[in-house]
Design a protein around this ligand. Sequence first.
Ligand SMILES: NC(=O)c1ccc[n+]([C@@H]2O[C@H](COP(=O)([O-])OP(=O)(O)OC[C@H]3O[C@@H](n4cnc5c(N)ncnc54)[C@H](OP(=O)(O)O)[C@@H]3O)[C@@H](O)[C@H]2O)c1
Length: 327
Amino acid sequence: MSKLVTIYGGSGFVGRYIARRMAKEGWRVRVAVRRPNEAIFVRPYGAVGQVEPVLCNIRDDASVRAAMQGAEAVVNCVGTFDAKGKNNFDAIQHEGAERIARIAADEGVARMVHISAIGADKEAESQYAQTKALGEEGVLEHMPGAVILRPSVIFGSEDGFYNRFASMSRFGPILAIAGGDTRFQPVYVDDVAKAAAMGVTGAVKGGIYELGGPAVATFRALMKEMLGVIRRRKLILNLPFPVAGMMAWGFDLAQTLTLGLFHNSILTRDQVKSLKSDNVVSEDAAGFAELGITPVDAKAILPDYLWRFRPTGQYDAIKESAGNLKA
Ligand SMILES: NC(=O)c1ccc[n+]([C@@H]2O[C@H](COP(=O)([O-])OP(=O)(O)OC[C@H]3O[C@@H](n4cnc5c(N)ncnc54)[C@H](OP(=O)(O)O)[C@@H]3O)[C@@H](O)[C@H]2O)c1
């Protein structure tokens, strides 16, 4: 019998890459999520029965415990941007993370990998960052040997960052952003998965690792690069924080007034607060170097999945090539 790892949130953007890596390494993988029926796409990552989605809500002790029965290691990939509702910051990023660690310690699980985020800080202005710090604290209290990964913004074909802004760029002459001067260090999703897999197998010692890609750039510069990849010319409008705050307040209010029928996935007030701080690896932090991983540059990957946002999609390259022939 091969070893078993339970990945909470294993159907999400990051979790599925970790699930795929662990299956390739021969582990049995249990993907613990609220909607296992929407996670069946993880099954072909391994042989028949090797990767199984199971029902679990990390807000509930019993289902968290049931999902880790027999597991050698657990990974927590569940996060949220919601300040309100049942799946809110505190319930997920603080209590949920701590719950998994507490039950893992109780069940004698050997190792835990927890995905946090750069900027995790109890004193931060944003609740996202505060609850990430509280979650880390809760995890370390119960599983002191845990591997905690703090990525910067993560890119990859299913990301919610480049895909979202590339999609927005299809309409109108302006691309509006907030925090244009804030610096990011985009990191490739499979590099984060590599680091997590090392934590699962015990190839790396416990501790906090900050994960950033090879390049640091402002939000505005990242958008400029993205526009180059999708071959669109737009005016990048950097909204002042008070204006962005007002807009976010409006979107949050719309969500409250519609009792959640409209879900604010555009811009929340908490995101505006986060955007005020740089999102880069700190100088004294352990990171990819300590893990022996050479991170991939976004330049090498972005054209692979952003081509669909070009004015004529996949035909752009053919048109360009035909144009070159005429010249
Ligand atoms: N994406 C980034 O750029 C980025 C950057 C820094 C840090 N992070 C952190 O990395 C982690 C993974 O992010 P992601 O982008 O992969 O998130 P994601 O795509 O939103 O995936 C979230 C996963 O968690 C599951 N989930 C949500 N609520 C749950 C609950 N109550 N109980 C059990 N499962 C639940 C979801 O499945 P169901 O909906 O079916 O339950 C899904 O599988 C998060 O902690 C995030 O904060 C992400």
